[in-house]
Ligand binder design. Sequence first.
Ligand code: TTP
Ligand code: MG
Ligand code: MG
Length: 395
Amino acid sequence: MLAKKGGQSPILFCGNGGGKGLSAPACEAALGDMDFGGKLVDRKIIHIDMDAFYASVEERDNPTLKGKPVIVGGQPEKRGVVATANYVARKFGVHSAMPTVTALRHCPQAILITPRMDVYRSVSEEIMGILRRYAQAVEPLSLDEAYLDVSGSSLCSGSATQIARAIKADIAKTTRLTASAGVSYNKFLAKTASGMNKPDGLTVIPPTEGASFVQQLPIGKFYGIGKATEAKMRQLGVITGADLLKFSARELTFYFGSIGSWYAMLARGEDPREVVISRERKSQGCEMTFAQDVTDRDFMLKVLYEQVHATILKLEKKQLCAKSMTIKIKYDNFKQITRTKSFSEPLNLTAALEQVEILFDKADNHGKAVRLLGVTLSHIQKQSDAKQPELWRED
Ligand code: TTP
Ligand code: MG
Ligand code: MG
């Protein structure tokens, strides 16, 4: 038996807790029906994402919080932002990245908790350890989520859905936290699926349904399509995946640059990306929101120097170096700009300090009040792979 959403799509919604989805026995019956046959669709990918992760850890560790709105984030007087909120607080409109002061305006009765990163990191290690028992290819994306490729698995008679179910139960038993799982034949669909029936969801998009699922998907729900791209898509009349499908890869490249061909693939429910066991870091950086807006150029430069220094040190510890630098400036009106520069050689500390000043001046702040400054170094490579020009210089 298959659960039908909107009477059409045989996508499985197997919730354990919430009102949505199949009952456990019905779900069990349906799980056996998954057939991942076919060419482009012969992989079995699971995406696991913890529910309201930081907030759930706080609720678990302090039962008096149960049922109350909980926000994990920075202090409002220090212009902190919300890291996450539990589902009770989300009903009041609170969400990640919202200034805490705004969040508390939406939900004054919320309990605000300062993040305990060490605890979340250790719970995350526990969760990743569980995932590695179910697949060799586990790719963590952040502390609370990961992809698994279970294509060749003999666990649970090879049923990816059963494996996802077993993982959820294992996580719940070991950590007393709930996770949501998405199961499909590629990363894009598995990730989209895991977010569809939160919390405690298990959503399966079988190969036969991938293309039609994507067609009905609102464009803003496509992974990687942010607000700005969504607005541009709307201007082109693209509201759903079906609208996106009307454009060729060439046309989308014309409108969106090289990422256009990626959108064209997504529109067809295709995503060839592999689950990569250890992902190399693509960027490293840090940022700071000031307790009060700043206008003093020297002070801002000092902050940027410190950020550059800290970032280079972090990379050096891992024997890495970077060839691009981006600075981010957010003004008091929340308008944000970035300036990026790439180099032919990796940046050492002296060069990086020089360049950050050049980038900052390029931003032409004209005494505008700044609330946040950040630096990111990217195009990261191993120091051992970087050319060492001084060794090769010909005099
Ligand atoms: P998410 O998985 O995006 O969110 P979540 O687990 O809190 O809630 P959901 O049930 O919707 O998955 O992020 C995981 C954690 O990462 C989150 O608990 C806190 C942290 N985080 C931030 O610190 N800032 C952010 O902007 C986001 C999105 C997350
Ligand atoms: Mg999460
Ligand atoms: Mg997540």
